[in-house]
Design a protein. Structure first.
Length: 164
């Protein structure tokens, strides 16, 4: 098996007593071609999904959440909320932690991805959001707000996906 060697170059500060070793690596990491390929493939798949139009991401969310049985949000002393252009509160959610983690910046800096069961979304959260006038925000990305269906519409789509 061939291995790829990645040298992290951290030069020592110059001092009068020691000759300065210009490009001496202080730490070496070995990655197999298979590992590097998997990392590249994972990053490409992530980019492919994140760059889908909002409707495509919504469909991926519904299918992914129905298959996994869990939903992801961002949490830090409370769940991450956003607002629509007209000021309506939005509860942001994603189908997997890596997508939520991409959005943990700017106003959500310091928030961490946290999962909760799909049953909790259907039986507790969606009715509470509807009662409070808060919209579900499905599959935000760093460059797009995602879709904000009504709680009822999201429930119908998720229940349909669970029966499929």
């Amino acid at each position: 098996m061939r291995r790829l060697y990645v040298a992290l170059i951290v030069p020592a500060p110059p001092n009068d007593d020691v000759a300065y070793p210009a490009l001496a690596p202080t730490k070496e990491t070995i990655l197999s071609e298979q590992t590097l390929s998997a990392i590249k493939q994972g990053a490409q798949q992530l980019a492919d999904v994140v760059t889908l139009p909002a409707t495509g991401r919504y469909q991926r969310f519904v299918e992914g959440v129905a298959a996994s049985g869990e939903v992801w949000g961002l949490y830090r002393d409370g769940w991450a909320l956003a607002k629509t252009d007209d000021g309506t509160l939005v509860f942001a959610m994603w189908p997997a932690s890596e997508f939520a983690d991409l959005c943990a910046e700017f106003e959500w800096d310091g928030y961490e991805p946290q999962a909760f069961p799909l049953d909790e979304l259907l039986n507790d959260l969606l009715p509470q959001l509807e009662e409070d006038g808060v919209l579900p925000g499905v599959f935000y990305t760093p460059g797009d707000k995602g879709l904000t269906p009504t709680a009822y519409m999201l429930r119908v789509d998720l229940e349909r996906a669970l029966k499929a």
